[in-house]
Design a protein around this ligand. Structure first.
Ligand code: ARG
Length: 395
């Protein structure tokens, strides 16, 4: 099985390995999405009169079988095939003969990869939102079970004003909710139908129905003009990973608080043993590695964003193979975020606040602003005078 563009001349093995990179492995997650897009394309060709009903049925049924077999681990994309698009067409031709050669009419791998990626991204964004909602549920659980427990509020890591577990958890909850809303906005860039733009300059001679594949694939709009499609590659990806950066930053800061709270100096929280790790040398240690790694993984998402942006930064218009390198940081950012949200959703309900320790940390200085406000309210004096009186009494 070889490449779609194979014209009989051998490709240097090193060049093949270098140009494909990990793409044949990474594309495993796009197979099911390419099958959806290819089936919509075949049905559109049928409706437009370029494919017989029998051939179309043979193609769509075989595509579905290939998707099922791939999901079942019965085949994988070979390095020699480059990507999922080639692997699917090879197998269609293997099973259907010449009929397999009819599927690629009016398209290119350039619009195919965008269609598969966008369908995948639309699902992935939903997975990320679900994961974030899991963290929100866990934070709500902390607020309802332990919300009354007082907690010092800090500025500059100095005790500032009284807070509580409910207020602390509520802040993160609200920001993560905002991040979910931010992720929903990315659909504007994701849900555009690239099919019919082919290599990037449209389809001559044939009269293809781009609106038909849009409707079949549930895209919001047809991406027009055709020259915009390749210019946009990487932008929906960047938008999603930017939103992941913000989401993971909130989750990372939550984890940073918990690392601090779990130290012996604070001892505001305790984690059950199953959520801590030990030391190879110090028998007494129970470390909050899980939150440390959440913090560190969160910090790596902007590196993935930068890796995506860098690919297209100075590229001229149209398709270039450079674009393939957007996939590794994109998938890495999605995988890291998904795993992190899952572990946070699991660990948070197990965090136990120690009310004795947090209450003991509520020193009288933290109520100084309150005392000043009482003076203003009860005596009608200017705030600055009240501030000075409290400062001299307290000092
Ligand atoms: N794997 C390729 C990518 O991700 C698919 C498109 C290849 N197109 C091409 N003209 N070489 O970009």
């Amino acid at each position: 099985m070889s490449r779609l563009w194979d014209k009989g001349q051998p490709v240097d093995d090193l060049v093949l390995r270098y140009t494909v990179g990990d793409d044949h492995v990474l594309d495993g997650r796009l197979v099911a999405y390419d099958v959806r897009a290819s089936s919509a394309h075949a049905e559109m060709l049928r409706d437009a009169g370029y494919l017989s009903t029998e051939d179309c049925t043979a193609l769509t049924t075989t595509l579905q079988t290939l998707a099922d077999e791939h999901a079942d681990g019965q085949w994988t994309i070979a390095l020699e095939e480059e990507d999922c698009h080639t692997a699917l067409e090879n197998r269609l031709t293997e099973r259907l003969g010449d009929i397999g050669g009819r599927i690629h009419l009016g398209r290119s791998r350039n619009d195919q990869v965008l269609a598969a990626l966008r369908l995948y991204l639309a699902d992935a964004v939903v997975w990320m939102m679900d994961g974030a909602r899991g963290v929100i549920t866990a934070l709500d659980g902390l607020a309802s079970d332990q919300g009354e427990i007082p907690l010092p509020g800090y500025t500059h890591l100095q005790r500032a004003m009284p807070s509580s577990v409910a207020l602390w958890a509520g802040g993160f909850r609200s920001e993560i909710q905002d991040d979910v809303a931010g992720l929903a906005f990315t659909m504007n860039r994701i849900a555009r139908n690239p099919l019919g733009s082919a290599a990037g300059y449209g389809v001559p001679v044939l009269d293809l129905d781009r609106e038909g594949t849009r409707a079949a694939l549930d895209f919001q709009t047809v991406h027009e003009p055709v020259t915009a499609v390749q210019l946009s590659r990487g932008k929906a990806e960047s938008h999603v990973v930017f939103e992941l950066t913000l989401l993971m930053q909130d989750v990372g800061r939550l984890a940073a608080d918990l690392c601090l709270f779990a130290s012996q100096e604070f001892a505001f929280v305790q984690l059950p043993n199953a959520f801590t790790t030990g030391s190879s040398i110090m028998p007494q240690k129970r470390n909050p590695d899980v939150f440390e790694l959440v913090r560190a993984r969160a910090a790596q998402i902007p590196a993935d964003l930068q890796a995506i942006l860098a690919v297209t930064q100075k590229m001229t218009s149209g398709y270039h193979r450079d674009l393939q390198l957007i996939k590794p940081p994109l998938f890495r950012a999605l995988d890291t975020t998904e795993a992190t949200l899952a572990v946070m959703g699991r660990a948070l309900p197990n965090v136990r606040f120690n009310a004795d320790r947090t209450s003991a940390a509520m020193d009288s200085g933290m109520y100084a602003t309150e005392r000043a406000y009482r003076l203003v309210r009860d005596e009608g004096i200017p705030f600055r005078e009240a501030y000075r009186r409290v400062a001299s009494n307290d000092g």
